[in-house]
Write a protein that binds this ligand. Structure first.
Ligand SMILES: Nc1ccn([C@@H]2O[C@H](COP(=O)(O)OP(=O)(O)OP(=O)(O)O)[C@@H](O)[C@H]2O)c(=O)n1
Ligand SMILES: C[C@](O)(CO)[C@H](O)COP(=O)(O)O
Length: 230
């Protein structure tokens, strides 16, 4: 069976959130976002993790991850998420080594283990790029200057993490996309750019990305609430 390595993107500053600590180190009920993310990934099947962090913050991340359920290796990130992931991939496995890689935002600390496990199963079943998604629940309009038109939301989904890949495929995709100077906001888009089909699986509202101050309140409320019925 293919081993599973998690690549946790944690090198962002969290400028939209603001506050005194880098977002991945922000504590929710006393546990940093990055630590919660690693615990959920481990519960869903990840066997080790590569954590991409901003230069100089290694001691803070080592403290945050001490005693984590799986081995965590720190790697220095880049200015954009895309570059952070590309650097992290270099640490995921040796050339030719077969593995499933789960690329996850540290900023999605409440991802259910079931979603992680579903992504892993789909990659192990032979799908090379697997993405958890959610239907869009608001009406959507496209804005051009002072005008706007409605967009059919039935055609749209919101994209979450962890996104799962065959490791060799994702490495190749990131290298080719970087060489072509393309900018992408997620790793599935890298695969799509080189012609690899992207397979969608159901995501979860619990995998919300902590982005703005209100998201911290929502995540804290979710943590202290009784588990939702299935
Ligand atoms: N150079 C970067 C930028 C982002 N990330 C990571 O990518 C994830 C998703 O990004 P986002 O939520 O946008 O985080 P930030 O870039 O930190 O937020 P902001 O855009 O508000 O500054 C986060 O876990 C973040 O740490 C990263 O590893 N390297
Ligand atoms: C990867 C991602 O979480 C998918 O929704 C997202 O693209 C990252 O967030 P950002 O705000 O674009 O950095």
């Amino acid at each position: 069976m293919q081993p599973v390595v998690a690549l946790v993107a944690a090198a962002g500053s969290g400028s939209r959130l603001g506050g005194p600590v880098p977002k991945a180190l922000l504590e929710l009920a006393g546990v940093p976002l990055v630590r919660r993310s690693v615990e959920q990934l481990a519960a869903g099947g990840a066997q080790r993790a590569v954590i991409v962090v901003a230069a100089g913050l290694e001691p803070d991340f080592e403290r945050a991850l001490a005693g984590a359920p799986i081995e965590c290796q720190l790697v220095t990130g880049g200015a954009e998420r895309q570059e952070s992931v590309r650097r992290g991939l270099a640490a995921c496995a040796g050339p030719g080594e077969d593995a499933v890689v789960l690329v996850h935002d540290a900023a999605r600390p409440l991802v259910p283990a079931e979603v992680v496990a579903a992504v892993v199963s789909a990659v192990r079943a032979g799908l090379r790029a697997v993405v958890p998604v959610l239907p869009v629940i608001d009406s959507i309009r496209r804005v051009t200057g002072d005008d706007s038109v409605v967009v059919d939301r039935a055609e749209l989904v919101g994209v979450q993490t962890p996104q799962g890949f065959d490791l060799a495929t994702l490495r190749s995709a990131h290298e080719q996309v970087a060489a072509r100077g393309l900018a992408v906001t997620d790793d599935a888009a890298c695969c799509e750019a080189i012609g690899v089909p992207v397979h969608l699986v159901p995501g979860s509202r619990l995998s919300m990305k902590v982005t703005e101050p209100v998201d911290v309140r929502i995540a804290e409320a979710l943590l202290s609430a009784p588990a939702l019925p299935e």
